[in-house]
Design a protein around this ligand. Structure first.
Ligand code: SF4
Length: 146
């Protein structure tokens, strides 16, 4: 446990040490990280986003992946409301599932994250430099409103 704490303390994750130890123990017992969504969700401390991101990024499987940050881009682009947290918003996950490409899933997810971090910012999005502006509901509505 001390070795785990020494690694994660600088990251501010001390309270997750027990969970990380349980997760590592389970993965060793399984002989590796499972690739199915169901099996990933069965691991200690792994929720829908972590399981989905692992499938998409580590295993390069076509897998809808959305968190609170990338939800901002999807919701603005498709004109979805933001009443629910991303993790509980079934409509959002359904739209993201349909938007996710069959190949290049890793790059797709990184692209949406980059767009959220640099262009589609909280508060005032920088639609004037966004490559998605011509088809984005948010941007189109903003122009229509004058
Ligand atoms: S056009 Fe504007 S609101 Fe739409 S995705 Fe780009 S930055 Fe976000």
């Amino acid at each position: 446990m001390d070795s785990i704490l020494s690694v994660i303390r600088p990251l501010g994750l001390v309270r997750r040490a027990e969970t990380l130890k349980a997760l590592a123990t389970e993965i060793v017992a399984l002989g590796g990280v499972p690739a199915s969504l169901e099996d990933l969700l069965g691991l200690p401390g792994v929720g829908l986003y972590a399981a989905s991101a692992t499938r998409a990024v580590a295993f390069e499987r076509r897998q809808a992946t959305v968190d609170g940050v990338t939800a901002r881009v999807y919701r603005r682009y498709f004109g979805l409301d933001d009443a629910l947290p991303a993790s509980a918003d079934r409509d959002l996950w359904s739209v993201v599932d349909r938007a996710t490409p069959r190949t290049g899933v890793r790059e797709w997810n990184w692209s949406v994250l980059d767009l959220a971090a640099t262009v589609c910012l909280p508060g005032r999005p920088r639609c004037e430099i966004c490559p998605l502006a011509s088809d984005c509901r948010w941007s189109v509505d903003m122009h229509a409103a004058g």
